[in-house]
Design a protein around this ligand. Structure first.
Ligand code: VGL
Length: 174
């Protein structure tokens, strides 16, 4: 079974959002086109309480039930089989989709006999990276699609370095 993990393609991470990733919205049609290649489609949502230690590091974003926490309107969310919520606690950064609090993702993928996980979404240098590294630790054949991720790039090279770190850890980047 081949699964796609769509990380945090939410309004707050897209241009105009509270923590906008440059050109974050450009990946949406790319992801929509990829969907038929997968047996299972999972999407994570950053889903924070209005007050959390996470906002000591970051502008307020993806507050539970807010418009900013909704999926980008053009993402084909009909095709999503399972949504994961992460960062839901007051001390919980929830960078990795494997830290979701509504479902044990590792267990879920085992039950579904997924051996092959492709990771796309936002942002390359935080949640995509953390999720892909955890996927490798789970023994999954893990791939990140360069054309379907974008980086925050607080330092201009962060996205490139994140891809390099993932590659070193055994993630296939293509
Ligand atoms: C993310 C920064 C802060 C992400 C989440 O989804 O990559 N980045 N919170």
């Amino acid at each position: 079974m081949k699964a796609l993990l769509i990380v945090d393609v939410q309004n707050d991470f897209c241009p105009g959002g509270a923590l906008a990733v440059p050109a974050g919205d450009q990946i949406v049609p790319v992801i929509n086109n990829m969907l038929p290649q997968f047996d299972l489609v999972i999407a994570s949502k950053d889903w924070h309480p209005s007050q959390t230690a996470h906002f000591d590091q970051w502008p307020v974003h993806c507050v539970q039930d807010s418009a900013g926490a909704a999926f980008h309107p053009d993402l084909n969310h009909q095709a999503i089989d399972q949504i994961l919520y992460k960062g839901t606690g007051k001390q919980d950064d929830g960078y990795s989709a494997f830290e979701a609090t509504n479902l044990d993702l590792a267990e879920f993928l085992k039950q579904k006999n997924v051996e092959d996980l492709t990771v796309v979404g936002l942002a390359t240098d935080y949640c995509v990276k953390a999720s892909a590294l955890d996927a490798v630790k789970q023994g999954l054949k893990t791939c990140v699609r360069k054309d379907a991720v974008r980086a925050v790039n607080i330092q201009p090279d962060d996205g490139r370095q994140a891809l390099e770190a993932m590659k070193q850890a055994g993630v296939e980047i293509f």
